[in-house]
Design a protein around this ligand. Structure first.
Ligand SMILES: [Zn+2]
Ligand SMILES: [Zn+2]
Length: 442
C-alpha cells in the first residue's frame, strides 16, 4: 500500500493539493483522486505466451464490464425519467425463455419415466435412471430454512416482530414469519417452502453498525421487495435461472478433464468434453440472455424498494444506509483484526484483559470512527468500480444518486417508536452465536 510519509504528508505528489492523511487509512487526494485505489502489488513476471493470454482475457473482461456498465446506466436514466418499465417486451421474453427451460425439464422427466417404466433393455433403463437424476437436480425448488443459522420466530422476539409488522403494514405487504440472523454484511427477504413463509435475513455485521433510522430504512427496503413488482424473485423466473445454472455447472468442461489415466479413460474424457461443450455454451448464452432481459425490471424494482424505504424511514436515513453499505471492506478488515486480537488474547490469557464492550458494540464504534474523507474515498471508489452489494442490485452510487435526485421525504414511521433495548435483548442469543461463528466473541 502506498503511504505518504509524515514529513511530506500534507501534499499530493501528483497535483500538490492537501491529501487525506490519517495513518489508519489510505492516503489519497480528493482533488485529483491520486491513490484513490492503492495499486495492487506487482504480480511476478509470467512467461510471454501466458502473459499474452492473461492480457487478452483482461481486455475481454474489460469490454464485457463496459457493456454491462452502459446497460446499467441506461436503466438508471430510464428509471430516473420515470419511463414505465414493469411489463416491457424484454420481461415477456424472459418469461417465455423461462417457460422453455421448464418445458425442457418436463420433457426430460417424461422421457425418464417412460424409460424407467417401459424400456425393454437394461442399458436404456440405466439411461432412464441417469435422466431421472438430471431431472432431480433441475427441478424447481421451493427452498428450505438453512440448518445452522440462528432463527427467530414471533414468540422469540416480540419487539422485533412488532417492528417488522409495523413496516409491513405501512408498505401494504404481509408480515414476516421467520427472521434468520447471519454473519453477512447484508440483509434479504424471500419466500421459502411449500407454505411460502416470509423470511427476513438480517446480517448482524450490517445491523449492528446502523442507527435506528437506518435499520428502519433497511427493513423498508427488504420488505419493500414484497410490493415492488420484482418478477425475478418469483418462482417462475427464479427456478428457470437455477435450472440453467445447474445445466451450466453440470456440463462445465473442466469438470471432466483428466490428465492421468489409461488411453481409454483419456479418450472417454475427451469425447465427453466434446459432447458437453455445446450444451455448456448454450446454457451460458441463455443465462446471459435471461440476465439481460430481466436487468431493467429487476433494477427498476430495486430503485423502487429504495424509494419505499425513503418514504417510510425518511430520505436521510435511506441515504445513510446506502453510504454504510459502501463500508464493506472496512467492516471486513475490522472483523479480521478483531478476530486476530481475540486469538492473541486467548494465547496469553490473563495478561491481556478482554475489551469491556461486546464484539458488536466494538464493531459499531470502529465504524463510527471512520473519518469523513475515508468515507468519501470509498464512495468515489465504489462509483469508479461500479460496486454493488450483490448481483441483483444496481451499483450503490447510482442508488444514492436516484434518491438524491428526488424531493426529500420526512418518513412516515418514527424509528424511536420501537423498543430498541428490547430488540437488542431479543437478538442477543443469536448475536452471541454469530460472534462465535465469526470468531470475534462468545
Ligand atoms: Zn492530487
Ligand atoms: Zn434489494
Amino acid at each position: 500500500m502506498t503511504r505518504v510519509r509524515a514529513a511530506d504528508a500534507a501534499l499530493c505528489p501528483a497535483c500538490g493539493s492537501p491529501v487525506a492523511d490519517d495513518p489508519r487509512f489510505t492516503s489519497w487526494c480528493p482533488s485529483c483522486e491520486w491513490n484513490l485505489a492503492p495499486p495492487p502489488a506487482p504480480a511476478p513476471a509470467a512467461p510471454a505466451p501466458e502473459q499474452r493470454r492473461t492480457d487478452r482475457r483482461r481486455r475481454k473482461e474489460e469490454t464485457a464490464r463496459r457493456t454491462v456498465r452502459d446497460r446499467v446506466e441506461r436503466v438508471y436514466t430510464a428509471v430516473a425519467a420515470d419511463r414505465p418499465a414493469v411489463r416491457d417486451p424484454a420481461w415477456l421474453g424472459a418469461n417465455a425463455l423461462a417457460g422453455a427451460v421448464h418445458l425442457t425439464t418436463l420433457a426430460l422427466a417424461v422421457c425418464a419415466a417412460g424409460l424407467l417404466i417401459a424400456a425393454p433393455t437394461w442399458p436404456l433403463r440405466v439411461l432412464g435412471l441417469f435422466a431421472a437424476a438430471l431431472v432431480l437436480s433441475l427441478r424447481p425448488r421451493l427452498g428450505g430454512l438453512p440448518r445452522n443459522t440462528a432463527r427467530l420466530y414471533r414468540g422469540d422476539a416480540p419487539g422485533l416482530f412488532a417492528l417488522t409488522d409495523r413496516v409491513a403494514r405501512a408498505l401494504g405487504g404481509r408480515p414476516v414469519d421467520v427472521v434468520l440472523v447471519t454473519g453477512d454484511f447484508n440483509a434479504g427477504f424471500g419466500r421459502i417452502g411449500l407454505r411460502r413463509r416470509h423470511v427476513l435475513w438480517l446480517g448482524l455485521p450490517l445491523w449492528a453498525v446502523l442507527d435506528p433510522g437506518q435499520r428502519l430504512a433497511l427493513l423498508g427496503h427488504e420488505l419493500g421487495h414484497q410490493v415492488n413488482a420484482d418478477s425475478r424473485r418469483g418462482l417462475w423466473l427464479r427456478s428457470a435461472l437455477a435450472a440453467l445454472d445447474e445445466w451450466e455447472e453440470l456440463t462445465r468442461p473442466a469438470l471432466y478433464r483428466q490428465s492421468f489415466g489409461t488411453f481409454v479413460e483419456l479418450a472417454a474424457s475427451a469425447i465427453l468434453q466434446l459432447l458437453l461443450r455445446p450444451v455448456n455454451l448454450v446454457a451460458r448464452a441463455l443465462l446471459e440472455l435471461l440476465d439481460r432481459l430481466t436487468l431493467r425490471t429487476g433494477q427498476a424494482a430495486e430503485y423502487r424498494a429504495d424509494r419505499l424505504a425513503a418514504d417510510l424511514a425518511g430520505t436521510g436515513a435511506s441515504l445513510g444506509l446506502l453510504r454504510t453499505l459502501m463500508l464493506r471492506r472496512t467492516v471486513d478488515t475490522t472483523l479480521l483484526r478483531m478476530r486476530a486480537d481475540r486469538a492473541r488474547r486467548a494465547r496469553r490469557t490473563g495478561t491481556d484483559p478482554a475489551p469491556a464492550a461486546g464484539p458488536w458494540e466494538e464493531l459499531s464504534a470502529q465504524l463510527a470512527d471512520v473519518p469523513a474523507l475515508e468515507r468519501e474515498r470509498l464512495l468515489r471508489l465504489s462509483a469508479r468500480e461500479f460496486g454493488t452489494v450483490d448481483r441483483s442490485h444496481p451499483p450503490t452510487h447510482l442508488r444514492l444518486a436516484m434518491l438524491e435526485a428526488r424531493p426529500p421525504a420526512a418518513g412516515r414511521l418514527r424509528a424511536d417508536a420501537a423498543d430498541w433495548p428490547a430488540i437488542d435483548a431479543e437478538l442477543a442469543p443469536a448475536a452471541r452465536q454469530v460472534a462465535a461463528d465469526l470468531e470475534i466473541g462468545r
